[in-house]
Design a binder for this molecule. Structure first.
Ligand code: DX5
Ligand code: ZN
Length: 218
């Protein structure tokens, strides 16, 4: 069976009721937390104190996606807060190998994200430092955007490179994931799927999670 992990993004949840919003997605594999600073992306969401509190109340592991500058300085704090994985953007880090090592040393899985137009090739040598690669399938910053098919060849090349390492590195996609687009991303080699509007835009988020999972595994 194809591997498939669904990580709903709370960017599309009710920010006034995050604890109960987490209970609506308990069949998910982890919860995706989008941290934005209005510098790396033109949007501002939440920061370390809220992630620390989410970690205390969440029944699911936290998958923290940092869309921030100064990530070499800020990233390890999210790992120390107890996040299961911390994802930094390659474009925002001055020292991605050091940062990946710092994240692991602080107890989190290390993950690196690429914007749609950023190639994977300059980073192939550092794959062993990573537990997950995130290929953005929209420009980061906002939920509800359309999936960019132009990212599919990069997903395929990244999957092939991961296979070449022989390491269990996950390949995540984020942006525009629906019951339709998830099959294309999975065929290209993705195995972890972030979905915001497709899950929280649904009246019953757990059903939306099942629908996404079934689209890949059946
Ligand atoms: C966008 C965020 C995504 C966002 C995805 O920059 O990184 O995680 O929540 O939202 P959808 O699934 O609605 O495209
Ligand atoms: Zn995200």
């Amino acid at each position: 069976m194809t591997t498939c992990r669904i990580h709903p993004s709370i960017l599309s949840a009710d920010f006034a009721n995050l604890e109960s919003e987490l209970q609506r997605i308990e069949t998910a594999d982890a919860v995706h937390v989008d941290v934005m600073d209005n510098h790396f992306v033109p949007n501002l969401t939440l920061g370390l104190p809220i992630v620390q509190r989410l970690q205390q109340v969440s029944p699911l592991p936290l998958d923290v996606h940092l869309m921030i500058e100064d990530v070499d300085r800020w990233g390890p704090g999210f790992a120390e807060a107890g996040a299961d994985s911390v994802t930094f953007h390659a474009e925002a880090s001055n020292a991605p190998v050091k940062l990946a090592r710092d994240l692991r040393a602080a107890g989190a899985k290390s993950a690196m994200a690429l914007r749609p137009a950023t190639p994977i090739e300059p980073y192939l040598d550092m794959l062993p430092e990573l537990d997950m690669v995130l290929i953005m399938t929209v420009e980061p910053g906002f939920g509800g955007q359309a999936f960019l098919d132009l990212t599919l060849p990069k997903i395929r090349r990244t999957r092939a490179a991961i296979a070449g390492t022989g390491l269990p590195i996950a390949l995540q996609v984020d942006g525009g994931i629906s019951a339709d687009t998830i099959t294309r991303a999975a065929e290209a080699g993705a195995d972890v799927f972030v979905a915001g509007s497709a899950v929280y835009g649904h009246e019953r988020p757990s059903e939306a999670i099942d629908t996404l999972r079934n689209a890949v595994t059946t």
